[in-house]
Design a protein around this ligand. Sequence first.
Ligand code: F6R
Length: 243
Amino acid sequence: MKIVIKKDYVELSKFAALEVKNILEDNPNCTLGLATGSTPLGLYKELIKLYNLGEINFSSVTTFNLDEYRGLNEEDEQSYKYFMNDNLFNHINIDKNNTFIPNGIAEDVERECENYEKLIGEKGGIDLQVLGIGMNGHIGFNEPNQELYLNTHLETLTEETLNSNSIFFTNKEKMPTEALTMGIGSIMKAKKIILLISGKNKAEVVKKLVSGKITTDFPASILQVHNDCTVILDEEAAALLNK
Ligand code: F6R
């Protein structure tokens, strides 16, 4: 696991955008794995800027998002499908037919998950996976547990995740308690991973991430054995490293 420390969130986001740009330059038909949440918003802003400057071309790119809330459809402003359209896809030249997110309202969830996993394989796997990390060490919505799932599956969200993510919901009661998420195996199969972590509230999380131990109590710890994973931190998130 390689660690890169940038001065602040803006610099972190710019660095991550260059990583994406490099992948697209090497392979314009590449497949990106994308995340939602607060952390990648700066990256998406930078990608839109690069697109507007004519420096990046998404016309042949395919994307797979990590996860989607169970029960929300794409018109719902809290759905990750809406989030991705609103924060990235509506502003770049990507073909939306090539943007995939698990269907949160699928009647047969098991089948939806199987098909999602299969589709990632059919598209040749993920070339670059963008990740954020939860306060409990989750990646995607793979929550700490005794066992972790390899493939895309339905996950029950923990109290901690519900609390952290409730900031996005005006009506907390309406927040889904389950999500469809790529599994740990789906994530680990990505050829390259960039994990973005920002802010002092994530400093403890960073410390655990690089602990040198792997545990299902902290799912992101498995990233320590990925052979091309770069953790991009800002100085605040890196504050407790080596302490
Ligand atoms: C989002 C996702 C989650 C988030 C994580 C951090 O698609 O899969 O793992 O990356 O919860 O969220 P933020 O960035 O809001 O702190």
